[in-house]
Write a protein that binds this ligand. Structure first.
Ligand SMILES: [Zn+2]
Length: 515
């Protein structure tokens, strides 16, 4: 008998419906065709064990199984369940009436339990688009899949439940997630707040400006000055995720298998902070079976590289293209995938290897050569993509203890949202552009052109501070954001003056030190 079941394959962000066909005739052979990877080919043994250990029979017959479309790469073990069900049905060991109504995905353990799979959310979206009545997933994946409405999602613990369900002997309630309620109730539940940060007013201001225009930012300061503490609080002052952004980000984390159990939607902007020993593949994505990297997991959020010069120089170089394009295409012999990666890039570094260059209370023990080597690890082209450079002074204990509690993130966020609203209006005719940081050179001239007095100030500052030519456009972009925070239609000289202050690393004295 020939039986079909349905499941799905995830490649990059693309999901394709896969039909599993199983035909059983007399004989003893098992054939599996349809471009499956090793995990798919090994499914036979898992299925046989799972069926035997749950009191079912693995047919001793000629079994021919095919996964179509045949030219589509299929990887992982989520095909175990639809294969097992098709084999039982083809052997007439279970009913076939409902098989066409459901998509089935799940990895089988040898004892028949269903193990979680990657990509349950995008698969659920596909199942709805293809008008399946329902989707059967491992119990651990039911919350993420049930985010999709008008699709019956059933989380099952083991293969026996699935068999009983399809035989009409077990009728559980579908899993239900109130997506909107979950989304709007959980947008700012983090306990990280800028109110905890005492002092460091200039750095907090720089981060507010960065958040308001979505500018990339680098913080330079000695160890213990609170660089990563402040970076971690950046998502709390960014505008809330839109529901569509939340779905995008959740799908990515679903595909990477990084969603926590019982998580329906990711409701807060992601904050990813990879260690400096991270490999290129883990950072940008790829691998034997394509997986999103940290830059894609940070999509719609923040990627924080603490101790930037400690990262492998080549690993940093590969960041340049995705920072520019906001997506990454990975081509290998076996596949080509594209992942989105629109994130705010935040980095931190010490001013020198020991960390105390320019510190009035500690003595720097680095030689000029060491400092130069350290700074030259960050290439000009990467630095070129960072609009705001912010120097952090070590905070004397006196200031730390006397400073009153900082402004709360909610108050700062209000100002950021106001500035972003102005930008949405400004770029309404440019569907690709959402914020000041993304302005092209032509747009800078159109929207951020300074008046003649400001221009004089800028020229004078560039000469006096020996600012590089590439700093010019960055200053105007950031000044535009500062003017937006100020509610000012024109970019004025004090906006320019503040923006010039965010070019510490471009100044001649830094440049002479190696950057
Ligand atoms: Zn030093």
């Amino acid at each position: 008998m020939l039986v079909k079941t349905y499941c799905a394959a995830v490649n990059g962000m693309e999901v394709t419906t896969v039909t599993v066909e199983v035909s059983i005739t007399r004989g003893v052979m098992y054939h599996l065709s349809g471009l499956g990877d090793t995990a798919v080919k090994e499914s036979h043994d898992r299925i046989a064990a799972a069926l035997l250990n749950t009191g079912h029979k693995f047919p001793s017959a000629d079994i021919t199984a095919n996964l179509s479309p045949a030219d589509l790469r299929k990887e992982g073990s989520s095909f175990d369940l639809p294969l097992a069900i098709a084999i039982l049905a083809a052997n007439e060991d279970m009913q076939t009436d409902h098989l066409a109504q459901y998509m089935l995905v799940g990895e089988l353990s040898l004892d028949g339990t269903l193990q979680p799979i990657k990509g349950a959310l995008p698969i659920a979206i596909k199942a709805r688009a293809e008008r399946f009545k329902g989707l059967i997933v491992p119990k651990a994946n039911e919350h993420e899949a049930a985010v999709v409405d008008t699709l019956e999602v059933y989380g099952m613990s083991n293969i026996s439940e699935v068999i009983n369900f399809l035989n009409g002997k077990y009728q559980p309630e579908p899993c239900y997630v109130n997506t909107r309620e979950e989304f709007y109730n959980n947008q700012y539940v983090s306990d990280l707040d800028f109110a905890d940060v005492r002092g460091q007013e200039n750095v907090k201001r720089a981060l507010e400006v960065a958040a308001a225009g979505s500018h990339n930012v680098i913080m330079v300061g000695p160890p213990g000055s609170g660089k990563s503490m402040m970076a971690k609080r950046l998502p709390s002052i960014l505008p809330p995720l839109a529901l569509s952004e939340s779905l995008e980000t959740t799908q990515i984390h679903s595909i990477a298998g990084k969603l926590k159990k019982d998580t329906g939607l990711i409701t807060q902007r992601p904050f990813r902070s990879p260690h400096h020993t991270i490999s290129e593949v883990a950072l940008v994505g790829g691998g034997n079976n394509p997986m999103p990297g940290e830059i894609t997991l940070a999509h719609n959020g923040v990627l924080f590289c603490d101790e930037l010069p400690e990262f492998n120089k080549h690993t940093l170089e590969v960041l340049r293209q995705p920072l520019e394009d906001r997506n990454i295409t990975i081509s290998r012999a076996k596949y080509t995938v594209t992942y989105p990666c629109s994130f705010m890039f935040v980095a931190s570094m010490n001013p020198c290897p020991c960390g105390y260059y320019g510190d009035p209370t500690h003595h720097c023990v680095c030689t000029p050569g060491q400092i130069q080597r350290y700074l030259s690890k960050i290439s000009g082209p990467l630095l070129d993509r960072i609009d705001i450079q912010c120097e952090i002074a070590p905070l004397p204990f006196k200031d730390l203890s006397q400073a009153k509690a900082g402004e709360s993130s909610a108050v700062i966020r209000e100002r950021v949202i106001k500035a972003r609203t102005i930008q949405t209006e400004r770029f309404k005719d440019y569907p690709e552009i959402h914020c000041n940081a993304q302005m092209s050179e032509r747009m800078i001239h159109q929207f951020a052109e300074p008046d003649s007095r400001s221009l004089d100030l800028l020229r004078a500052a560039m000469e006096r501070l020996k600012l590089s030519a590439r700093a010019y456009n960055r200053i105007l972009k950031v000044a535009r954001t500062i003017a937006d925070l100020d509610g000012s239609e024109k970019v004025q000289s004090h906006h320019i003056a503040e923006a010039i202050g965010y070019r510490n690393l471009d100044r001649g004295d830094w440049a002479e030190r190696g950057i």
